[in-house]
Design a protein around this ligand. Structure first.
Ligand code: DGL
Length: 267
Protein backbone atom coordinates (compact mmCIF):
# COMPACT_ATOMS: atom_id res chain seq x y z
CA UNK A 1 0.00 0.00 0.00
CA UNK A 2 1.15 3.50 -0.85
CA UNK A 3 1.45 6.79 1.03
CA UNK A 4 -1.16 9.26 -0.26
CA UNK A 5 -0.11 12.89 -0.59
CA UNK A 6 -2.18 15.80 -1.84
CA UNK A 7 -1.98 19.53 -2.40
CA UNK A 8 -3.71 22.18 -4.48
CA UNK A 9 -0.95 21.91 -7.08
CA UNK A 10 2.81 21.61 -7.25
CA UNK A 11 3.59 22.61 -3.67
CA UNK A 12 3.07 19.21 -2.08
CA UNK A 13 5.96 17.93 -4.18
CA UNK A 14 8.22 19.60 -1.63
CA UNK A 15 6.97 16.92 0.77
CA UNK A 16 7.24 14.18 -1.87
CA UNK A 17 10.85 15.12 -2.55
CA UNK A 18 11.70 14.74 1.14
CA UNK A 19 9.63 11.54 1.46
CA UNK A 20 11.66 10.01 -1.37
CA UNK A 21 14.82 10.70 0.67
CA UNK A 22 13.50 9.64 4.07
CA UNK A 23 11.42 6.63 2.94
CA UNK A 24 12.91 5.58 -0.42
CA UNK A 25 11.19 2.17 -0.57
CA UNK A 26 7.66 3.47 -0.03
CA UNK A 27 5.23 3.84 -2.95
CA UNK A 28 3.63 7.28 -3.23
CA UNK A 29 0.36 8.36 -4.84
CA UNK A 30 0.29 12.12 -5.35
CA UNK A 31 -2.70 14.26 -6.24
CA UNK A 32 -2.27 17.92 -7.24
CA UNK A 33 -5.53 19.80 -7.68
CA UNK A 34 -4.13 21.90 -10.53
CA UNK A 35 -7.58 22.61 -11.94
CA UNK A 36 -8.65 24.41 -8.75
CA UNK A 37 -5.40 25.92 -7.46
CA UNK A 38 -5.04 28.20 -5.49
CA UNK A 39 -6.91 27.14 -2.35
CA UNK A 40 -5.43 29.81 -0.11
CA UNK A 41 -7.76 32.67 -0.99
CA UNK A 42 -10.97 30.61 -0.91
CA UNK A 43 -13.63 30.32 1.79
CA UNK A 44 -13.43 27.79 4.59
CA UNK A 45 -16.38 25.78 3.17
CA UNK A 46 -14.79 25.53 -0.27
CA UNK A 47 -11.39 24.49 1.13
CA UNK A 48 -13.08 21.79 3.25
CA UNK A 49 -15.08 20.51 0.26
CA UNK A 50 -12.01 20.36 -1.99
CA UNK A 51 -9.87 18.72 0.70
CA UNK A 52 -12.51 16.05 1.35
CA UNK A 53 -12.66 15.22 -2.36
CA UNK A 54 -8.85 15.00 -2.46
CA UNK A 55 -8.90 12.60 0.50
CA UNK A 56 -11.67 10.52 -1.13
CA UNK A 57 -9.62 10.25 -4.32
CA UNK A 58 -6.56 9.01 -2.42
CA UNK A 59 -8.67 6.56 -0.40
CA UNK A 60 -9.93 5.13 -3.70
CA UNK A 61 -6.28 4.17 -4.30
CA UNK A 62 -6.26 2.24 -1.05
CA UNK A 63 -3.49 4.33 0.54
CA UNK A 64 -2.30 3.44 4.06
CA UNK A 65 -1.71 6.99 5.30
CA UNK A 66 -2.61 10.44 3.97
CA UNK A 67 -0.53 13.60 4.09
CA UNK A 68 -2.23 16.93 3.46
CA UNK A 69 0.94 18.49 2.03
CA UNK A 70 -0.82 21.82 2.00
CA UNK A 71 -0.57 24.47 4.69
CA UNK A 72 -4.02 25.78 3.82
CA UNK A 73 -5.82 22.44 4.15
CA UNK A 74 -3.84 21.58 7.30
CA UNK A 75 -4.90 24.90 8.85
CA UNK A 76 -8.52 25.06 7.76
CA UNK A 77 -9.91 21.53 7.16
CA UNK A 78 -8.97 20.37 10.63
CA UNK A 79 -11.86 17.89 10.92
CA UNK A 80 -10.00 15.63 8.47
CA UNK A 81 -7.61 14.72 11.31
CA UNK A 82 -10.41 12.85 13.07
CA UNK A 83 -12.67 11.79 10.18
CA UNK A 84 -10.13 10.22 7.80
CA UNK A 85 -10.23 6.41 8.17
CA UNK A 86 -6.44 6.00 7.80
CA UNK A 87 -3.67 7.83 9.74
CA UNK A 88 -3.68 11.45 8.57
CA UNK A 89 -1.25 14.30 9.02
CA UNK A 90 -1.02 17.87 7.89
CA UNK A 91 2.06 20.05 7.84
CA UNK A 92 1.40 22.52 10.68
CA UNK A 93 2.39 20.51 13.77
CA UNK A 94 5.60 18.94 12.42
CA UNK A 95 6.72 22.27 10.98
CA UNK A 96 5.99 24.23 14.16
CA UNK A 97 7.97 21.67 16.19
CA UNK A 98 10.95 22.05 13.86
CA UNK A 99 10.80 25.87 14.07
CA UNK A 100 10.56 25.88 17.86
CA UNK A 101 13.69 23.74 17.98
CA UNK A 102 15.56 25.87 15.45
CA UNK A 103 15.04 29.36 16.89
CA UNK A 104 17.76 30.82 19.09
CA UNK A 105 16.17 34.16 19.96
CA UNK A 106 12.53 32.98 20.20
CA UNK A 107 11.35 35.27 17.38
CA UNK A 108 9.74 33.35 14.53
CA UNK A 109 8.23 34.64 11.28
CA UNK A 110 5.45 32.69 9.56
CA UNK A 111 4.55 33.16 5.90
CA UNK A 112 1.62 31.38 4.28
CA UNK A 113 -1.51 31.79 2.20
CA UNK A 114 -4.18 34.20 3.36
CA UNK A 115 -6.39 31.36 4.67
CA UNK A 116 -3.47 29.89 6.64
CA UNK A 117 -2.38 33.19 8.16
CA UNK A 118 -5.97 34.18 9.04
CA UNK A 119 -6.40 30.83 10.83
CA UNK A 120 -3.32 31.58 13.02
CA UNK A 121 -2.71 27.82 12.99
CA UNK A 122 1.10 28.03 13.17
CA UNK A 123 0.99 30.75 15.81
CA UNK A 124 -1.35 28.72 18.04
CA UNK A 125 0.73 25.60 17.64
CA UNK A 126 3.98 27.45 18.40
CA UNK A 127 2.44 29.11 21.48
CA UNK A 128 1.29 25.67 22.70
CA UNK A 129 4.85 24.41 22.36
CA UNK A 130 6.35 27.45 24.09
CA UNK A 131 4.20 30.42 25.23
CA UNK A 132 7.28 32.67 25.34
CA UNK A 133 7.89 32.52 21.59
CA UNK A 134 7.12 35.72 19.69
CA UNK A 135 5.39 35.09 16.38
CA UNK A 136 5.13 37.45 13.40
CA UNK A 137 2.76 36.48 10.56
CA UNK A 138 2.48 37.59 6.93
CA UNK A 139 0.31 36.28 4.13
CA UNK A 140 1.89 36.17 0.67
CA UNK A 141 -0.95 35.63 -1.83
CA UNK A 142 1.22 36.16 -4.91
CA UNK A 143 3.68 33.37 -4.10
CA UNK A 144 1.50 30.42 -5.19
CA UNK A 145 0.65 31.91 -8.63
CA UNK A 146 4.34 32.73 -9.12
CA UNK A 147 5.41 29.15 -8.38
CA UNK A 148 2.60 27.55 -10.40
CA UNK A 149 3.71 29.66 -13.37
CA UNK A 150 7.37 28.75 -13.05
CA UNK A 151 8.59 32.05 -11.56
CA UNK A 152 11.11 30.84 -8.97
CA UNK A 153 14.47 32.20 -10.16
CA UNK A 154 15.86 34.47 -7.38
CA UNK A 155 17.50 36.69 -10.02
CA UNK A 156 14.20 37.32 -11.77
CA UNK A 157 13.21 40.92 -11.07
CA UNK A 158 9.54 40.03 -10.51
CA UNK A 159 10.37 37.23 -8.06
CA UNK A 160 12.84 39.43 -6.18
CA UNK A 161 10.46 42.37 -5.88
CA UNK A 162 7.53 40.28 -4.63
CA UNK A 163 9.68 38.37 -2.13
CA UNK A 164 11.27 41.56 -0.80
CA UNK A 165 7.90 43.26 -0.42
CA UNK A 166 6.44 40.36 1.59
CA UNK A 167 9.45 39.74 3.83
CA UNK A 168 10.55 43.29 4.61
CA UNK A 169 8.56 43.49 7.87
CA UNK A 170 10.48 40.51 9.29
CA UNK A 171 13.76 42.41 9.07
CA UNK A 172 12.60 45.00 11.59
CA UNK A 173 11.15 42.29 13.90
CA UNK A 174 14.51 40.56 14.27
CA UNK A 175 13.22 37.06 13.54
CA UNK A 176 15.97 34.42 13.31
CA UNK A 177 13.68 31.70 11.91
CA UNK A 178 11.00 31.82 9.22
CA UNK A 179 8.45 29.07 8.64
CA UNK A 180 7.62 28.48 4.98
CA UNK A 181 4.01 27.81 5.98
CA UNK A 182 2.83 26.91 2.50
CA UNK A 183 4.28 23.89 0.72
CA UNK A 184 4.72 25.90 -2.48
CA UNK A 185 7.23 28.21 -0.82
CA UNK A 186 10.25 25.84 -0.72
CA UNK A 187 10.38 26.37 -4.49
CA UNK A 188 11.19 30.01 -3.64
CA UNK A 189 13.80 29.12 -1.00
CA UNK A 190 16.72 30.79 -2.78
CA UNK A 191 14.81 34.04 -3.29
CA UNK A 192 13.48 34.10 0.29
CA UNK A 193 16.91 33.25 1.76
CA UNK A 194 18.48 36.02 -0.28
CA UNK A 195 15.91 38.55 0.94
CA UNK A 196 16.12 37.47 4.59
CA UNK A 197 19.90 36.97 4.76
CA UNK A 198 21.94 33.81 5.36
CA UNK A 199 21.72 34.08 9.15
CA UNK A 200 17.95 33.42 9.13
CA UNK A 201 16.88 29.75 9.26
CA UNK A 202 14.09 28.80 6.86
CA UNK A 203 11.90 25.90 7.95
CA UNK A 204 10.67 23.79 5.04
CA UNK A 205 7.33 22.19 5.89
CA UNK A 206 7.95 19.36 3.42
CA UNK A 207 11.05 18.18 5.23
CA UNK A 208 9.54 18.37 8.73
CA UNK A 209 6.42 16.54 7.54
CA UNK A 210 8.35 13.76 5.80
CA UNK A 211 10.26 13.07 9.02
CA UNK A 212 7.00 13.07 10.98
CA UNK A 213 5.42 10.66 8.47
CA UNK A 214 8.29 8.23 8.98
CA UNK A 215 7.42 8.24 12.70
CA UNK A 216 3.70 7.85 11.98
CA UNK A 217 4.31 4.77 9.81
CA UNK A 218 6.57 3.30 12.47
CA UNK A 219 4.05 3.90 15.28
CA UNK A 220 1.26 2.29 13.25
CA UNK A 221 3.37 -0.65 12.04
CA UNK A 222 2.79 0.47 8.44
CA UNK A 223 6.34 0.56 7.02
CA UNK A 224 6.84 -1.36 3.79
CA UNK A 225 8.94 -4.50 3.99
CA UNK A 226 10.17 -3.88 0.43
CA UNK A 227 13.88 -3.13 -0.02
CA UNK A 228 13.56 -1.90 -3.61
CA UNK A 229 12.94 1.75 -4.58
CA UNK A 230 9.27 2.72 -4.33
CA UNK A 231 7.07 3.75 -7.26
CA UNK A 232 5.49 7.17 -7.46
CA UNK A 233 2.34 7.92 -9.41
CA UNK A 234 1.00 11.40 -10.01
CA UNK A 235 -2.54 12.62 -10.68
CA UNK A 236 -3.75 16.13 -11.46
CA UNK A 237 -7.13 17.72 -12.15
CA UNK A 238 -6.02 19.76 -15.18
CA UNK A 239 -3.83 19.04 -18.19
CA UNK A 240 -0.60 17.31 -17.08
CA UNK A 241 1.80 19.15 -19.43
CA UNK A 242 3.00 22.07 -17.27
CA UNK A 243 2.86 19.98 -14.14
CA UNK A 244 5.09 17.31 -15.69
CA UNK A 245 7.71 19.82 -16.71
CA UNK A 246 7.78 21.76 -13.44
CA UNK A 247 7.49 18.66 -11.27
CA UNK A 248 10.26 16.90 -13.18
CA UNK A 249 12.64 19.80 -12.63
CA UNK A 250 11.72 20.11 -8.99
CA UNK A 251 11.97 16.39 -8.17
CA UNK A 252 15.11 16.01 -10.25
CA UNK A 253 13.63 13.10 -12.23
CA UNK A 254 11.80 12.72 -15.48
CA UNK A 255 8.10 12.13 -14.85
CA UNK A 256 6.93 12.84 -18.38
CA UNK A 257 4.02 10.53 -19.35
CA UNK A 258 3.66 9.48 -15.71
CA UNK A 259 1.01 12.04 -14.79
CA UNK A 260 -2.69 11.24 -15.26
CA UNK A 261 -5.54 13.72 -15.38
CA UNK A 262 -8.65 12.85 -13.34
CA UNK A 263 -12.03 14.45 -12.70
CA UNK A 264 -11.89 15.35 -9.00
CA UNK A 265 -15.56 16.40 -8.96
CA UNK A 266 -16.47 12.69 -9.10
CA UNK A 267 -15.03 12.05 -5.62
N1 DGL B 1 0.57 24.45 -1.09
C1 DGL B 1 -0.62 25.09 -0.57
C2 DGL B 1 -0.39 25.47 0.87
O1 DGL B 1 0.51 24.88 1.45
C3 DGL B 1 -0.97 26.19 -1.50
C4 DGL B 1 -2.27 26.78 -1.22
C5 DGL B 1 -2.94 27.40 -2.35
O2 DGL B 1 -3.33 26.67 -3.26
O3 DGL B 1 -3.20 28.61 -2.27
O4 DGL B 1 -1.05 26.27 1.47
Amino acid sequence: MAIGVFDSGLGGLSAVKELMNVLPCEDIVYFGDTGRVPYGNRSRDTIIKYAQQDVNFLLSHNVKVIIAACGTVSSVATELYSTTPVPFTGVVNPTAQAAAQATRNGRIGVIGTTATINSHSYKRCLKDINPNLEIFEKDCPLFVPLVENGFTDPDDIIVRSVVERYTEQFKTCGVDTVILGCTHYPLLTDAIQQAMGEEVTLINSGEATALYTAKLLEENGLNTSSLTPGNSTFYVSDTPDDFETMAGVFLGRDIRHKVTQIDIEQY
